[in-house]
Design a protein around this ligand. Structure first.
Ligand code: GLA
Length: 396
């Protein structure tokens, strides 16, 4: 069974772009095991664009660049599998990949067979250089079928950036996850914009076909291939990671995990946040209270009309988990510290019910005990607080 829960792994693009080779992939595989990423659930190791030669061979096959991958892709897959991980690769529905390498338009079945022969378990499938008169929905369906025809279980990670309202049809053509936004960059505006744009589509994300908010930039600090704008702060990375987990999005690490600072490794390995992401029920977070905005301060000017009018930059979510558990989360889009209140009645738990929430901080593990009526926290600028909660009666 593929993608019963949001897929988790590592992808080469955000940090390494075209600078990939077998040595790097082996080291990443070693790191995923040694440092506990595999055991935390990150199972796919995915090579993104730029792995092949610029031409197919005389039989029409894609050819791994022999300078980057001197032992071929089967050897890479074997190494990755030997570490107890799954192996992912990249192609594109167009004529060339986004970086200009040959891709799978009109080669879907032969390429899928080749990937299956190599032992590929995951295919990211991009949308650059797609012929104008071709039918995008049909071509994603074609690759989905071509993968199925191999008989191998291959996670189909479609990435058409939301064209033709992809959230409405990706599940029905067999994709296991789908990117419905443009590329993430390693800055606050980029990840907030992505989250904001997908919030209303998260109800179309769930078991076997998840809305993919793109590879994480957590821990990159502007090192690598997607560095544009101001580097993120640790608080902003906490926001990014926890928003992806609230969304139940695939968690694909983009940072160089061989050199991650300890606090970012700890964040990516946070058991409670991962458990929230992987929760069985896959419910999207519910924006509660009057705070219905998600436009970063700096973005107000560019915000789409209906959102520009809204002033509030403090927002709170509740997410229902399985087994009567909840997440209550607070986000501060201001640059300065602010108090944020979560009024339990806004989430259906008025004081008169006699119930409050027993709360535990997911970042610090601190037990707050049972709060009644509301809970106000002080949240630093561009940061968040996230609590795991259970309903609990109180006696007044
Ligand atoms: C597109 C995708 C990215 C990455 C690059 C590779 O831009 O959206 O995630 O795969 O192509 O060229």
């Amino acid at each position: 069974m593929i993608a019963a829960k949001p897929p988790m792994g590592w992808n080469s693009w955000n940090t390494f772009g075209k600078d990939i080779d077998e040595k790097l992939i082996f080291q990443i595989a070693d790191t995923m095991v040694r440092e506990g990423y595999r055991d935390a659930g990150y199972e796919y190791l995915v090579i993104d664009d730029c792995w092949s030669l610029k031409e197919r061979d005389s039989d029409g096959n894609l050819v791994p660049d022999p300078e980057k991958f001197p032992h071929g892709m089967k050897a890479v897959a074997d190494y990755v599998h030997g570490k107890g991980l799954k192996f992912g690769m990249y192609s594109c529905a167009g004529i060339l990949t986004c970086a200009g390498y040959p891709s799978s338009y009109d080669h879907e079945y032969e390429d899928a067979r080749l990937f299956a022969r190599w032992g590929v378990d995951y295919l990211k499938y991009d949308y650059c250089n797609f012929p104008r008169n071709a039918d995008g929905v049909n071509r994603y369906h074609t690759m989905s079928m071509a993968l199925k025809a191999t008989g191998r279980e291959i996670c189909f990670a479609a990435c058409n950036w939301g064209h033709q309202q992809s959230w409405n049809w990706m599940r029905s053509i067999g994709a296991h996850m789908y990117r419905s936004t443009g590329d993430i960059f390693d800055n606050f505006r980029s990840f907030m914009g992505i989250f904001q744009s997908q919030l209303e589509h998260l109800c179309q994300s769930g078991p076997y076909c998840f809305n993919d908010l793109d590879m994480l930039t957590v821990g990159m600090y502007n090192q690598g291939n997607v560095a544009i704008g101001k580097p993120c702060t640790d608080g902003e990375y906490r926001m990014q990671f926890s928003l992806w987990c609230l969304a139940g999005a695939p968690l694909m690490i983009g940072a160089d995990i061989r050199n991650l600072v300890p606090q970012m490794k700890k964040l990516l390995l946070n058991k409670e946040l991962i458990r929230i992401d992987q929760d069985l029920e896959c419910r999207p977070p519910c924006l509660v209270g009057r705070r219905s905005v998600m436009v970063p301060e700096e973005d107000r000017e560019n915000a789409v009309e209906p959102l520009r009018a809204v002033k509030d930059q403090l927002f709170t979510f509740i997410k229902h988990l399985s087994d009567n558990e909840f997440v209550i989360a607070y986000y501060n889009l201001f640059t300065e510290e602010r108090d944020i209140s979560f009024i339990f009645a806004d989430a259906g738990v008025p004081y008169s019910s006699g119930y409050g929430f027993d709360m535990r901080d997911v970042f610090t593990g601190e037990e707050l005990g049972v709060k009644r009526d509301y809970y106000t926290v002080s949240v630093p600028g561009h940061d968040c607080k996230v609590f795991l909660c259970r309903l609990a009666p109180f006696h007044s």
